[in-house]
Design a protein around this ligand. Sequence first.
Ligand code: TYD
Length: 140
Amino acid sequence: MKLSECKILTFPKIPEPRGNLSFIEGGHHVPFDIARVYYLYDVPGGESRGGHAHKALHQVIIAINGSFNVEIDDGLNKKSVQLCRANEGLYIVPGIWRELTNFTSGSVCLVLASRPYEESDYYRDYGQFLNAVQREEFLP
Ligand code: TYD
């Protein structure tokens, strides 16, 4: 899997004087059925999250409130994406190392995931992740 497969998705937004409404349908607005939702909040200033890659999990990361940076790395190339809009999400395919940094105060990171939580789906060691990339374990 390649960095070029990770992309910003824009979700519908219904703006009204009463406020904005956005919605996300699995398999339609995100390219997988949603099996799990989790969220990061009350992240202390200067802390980072992530620091791992997944073997089979597809995810979409959304800054529901505030902003933060997501650095994505496919073992060959890296790029940093700032998320700051509640109707945009970063789609991350399997085989991508990610780090989430620079959380603003009060920010909330919502994650839509294609599978239930499985610790066996994680690479938490960067060296083991690079070995897996070299073994071409993440080819589509
Ligand atoms: P982790 O995925 O390492 O968090 P992050 O990438 O945001 O830094 O998960 C942190 C802890 O929470 C770890 O012990 C696993 C647990 N966890 C679950 O039990 N279920 C979940 O859906 C997730 C995402 C994590």
